[in-house]
Design a protein around this ligand. Sequence first.
Ligand SMILES: Nc1ncnc2c1ncn2[C@@H]1O[C@H](COP(=O)(O)OP(=O)(O)OP(=O)(O)O)[C@@H](O)[C@H]1O
Ligand SMILES: [Mg+2]
Length: 216
Amino acid sequence: MSIECKGISKAYKHKQLFHNFTGTFSPGVCNCIVGENGVGKTTLLKIMSGILKPDSGMVTHSGMCTYAGSSPYMLRGTVMDNITYPLMLKRQQGRREQHVVLEMIEQLGLNALKHQEAKTLSAGEKQKVALGRALVWDPEILLLDEPTANIDRSMIEMIEGYLKDYLKQKNRTLVVVSHDYEQVHRLSGVLWEIKHHNFDAIIEKRENNRGLLECR
Ligand SMILES: Nc1ncnc2c1ncn2[C@@H]1O[C@H](COP(=O)(O)OP(=O)(O)OP(=O)(O)O)[C@@H](O)[C@H]1O
Ligand SMILES: [Mg+2]
């Protein structure tokens, strides 16, 4: 289940972001998007998810696609309700699925908060809930915007483990925006770097991120 961007252009009133970007985000490897603040990473991810329309061009993907932003939206209800929600939609609420939810809550360190109203959580706690919800949903395509930006270092390795496990399944496409170059190095199979170029952004693709990391 790859995602294909064909001739994507996007501009805001005073800023041209992408012009005619074409690229294929393949399954089975972690696609990391990097670039400076304001270069257009979130915009690109939202376009890929379908939340935002490009000015021209199109995105094609088959399969279910989930986007988790860096300030995720919490549904009404508890932490438990939020993480169980995808299973309700899929009508999968058997004992095995409940076990998956409880294990996810435990692993994410949310046990003490599982009955708390999700909208009252801190930023990092919300981010963990959003990640748990996305992983329980288990879509073919997972788009994550700075998934560990507010999360304690001690938990990051565990979350990265979940992302690697997600990719071990057949036909899963993962795209992660990150500012953490060490994380990019650990996760990335394909690196997409967005750079300013005159008034446009250019998007460079590298199959191996080492060159980029070594020259920083
Ligand atoms: N609705 C909007 N109207 C006008 N400009 C916008 C809008 N949304 C985003 N922008 C501008 O587009 C540019 C790209 O924004 P985007 O959020 O994609 O950046 P980013 O690369 O994700 O940055 P960061 O690393 O800070 O998260 C920014 O300069 C931002 O100010
Ligand atoms: Mg952003």
